[in-house]
Design a binder for this molecule. Structure first.
Ligand SMILES: Nc1ncnc2c1ncn2[C@@H]1O[C@H](COP(=O)(O)OP(=O)(O)OP(=O)(O)O)[C@@H](O)[C@H]1O
Ligand SMILES: [Mg+2]
Length: 283
């Protein structure tokens, strides 16, 4: 998935050791390594791929652990920034390139799996992210892990969510995906969404489609920006297909959060949790 992204920046080296299975979930680990590898490639200027590398190394770490390192020969991370790279929305990339959520999501996923993630970097030489995961014992691999050894879930608060999408089937799907962790209200009409908020309803997060016949997500945003700016600031936009020039400009404005349709359930859950954790409860 990342070969196109990496190719113009560096060689991709797989230094895979002989490691046992770990306690994890394939699709979530996929999200973690996708972001780490894309970050690594983006840290290396284009054009000198023959002299740079992105190296993924797996190794056994003591009796209970496995490490995966993603190392690059890129620009490195200065000391004053390295403390902040795992913060949601921290990005040094231009608007439209990075949302600054990648590492925040990686951190959350790895913590939930009972592992850890760390970084070391030398400016001008490169950066190495190290992920440590817990080895799955044979029993754990077949049956569920014992309760005492289960990864501690990261405490998160339940959010009040409003989902706005003109496709009823999508509203239902999103509700199914999010309702276990959050209180979800869905509406198929953006006017109805605006009316709820104008009537005084407050949400921790609003998930809105961008292209709807009645009123676009952008129009809903402008309406809310006047009626209840603190609610407008809590919007996540779902976009699918080609964007108009205005749509692209809107989505790429600083601080705006969006997710491309179609998305995976886990990606939506992670995004919602990360944004919720990064924002305060509404007044
Ligand atoms: N391998 C790396 N080398 C240098 N800087 C890095 C590296 N990985 C992350 N960073 C720094 O950390 C910041 C945050 O990374 P993160 O993945 O959270 O967000 P992003 O890549 O900017 O945006 P997104 O992943 O949401 O598209 C980056 O903007 C960059 O400044
Ligand atoms: Mg990233």
């Amino acid at each position: 998935m990342t070969s196109n992204e990496v190719r113009h920046h560096a060689h991709f080296v797989k230094a895979f050791g002989d490691v046992p299975p770990v306690l994890a979930n394939e699709s979530r680990l996929g999200q973690v390594f996708l972001n780490l590898i894309v970050n690594a490639a983006q840290a290396i200027p284009v054009g000198r791929a023959d002299r740079n590398e992105v190296r993924v190394t797996t190794a056994v770490d003591g009796p209970d652990g496995v490490t995966v390192e993603v190392a690059d020969t890129g620009i490195g991370i200065p000391a004053d920034k390295i403390e902040r790279i795992f913060d949601p929305f921290f990005t040094t990339k231009p608007a439209g390139v990075g949302s600054g959520l990648g590492l925040a999501i990686c951190h959350r996923i790895i913590s939930e799996l009972g592992g850890s993630i760390s970084v070391r970097s030398v400016v001008g030489e490169g950066t190495t992210f190290r992920v440590t995961l817990r080895r799955a014992t044979e029993v754990a691999a077949v049956i569920a892990p014992p309760v005492a050894a289960a990864p501690q879930p990261v405490a998160t608060r339940r959010g009040r969510l409003l989902v706005v999408d003109d496709e009823p089937a999508l509203c239902t799907t999103i509700e199914l995906v999010l309702a276990r962790d959050h209180d979800v209200t869905t509406v198929t009409s953006p006017r109805r969404a605006a009316a709820l908020i104008e009537a005084g309803e407050r949400f921790d997060l609003l998930l809105s489609d961008l292209m709807m016949p009645e009123m676009t997500g952008m129009e809903l945003y402008s309406k809310l920006a006047e009626a209840a700016p603190e609610q407008a600031a809590r919007m996540i936009f779902m976009s699918g297909g080609t964007l108009t020039a205005d749509g692209a400009k809107f989505l790429h404005a600083p601080g705006r959060v969006s997710i491309d349709k179609p998305f995976r359930a886990a990606a939506l859950r992670d995004l919602v949790r990360t944004v919720l954790d990064a924002t305060q409860s509404p007044p």
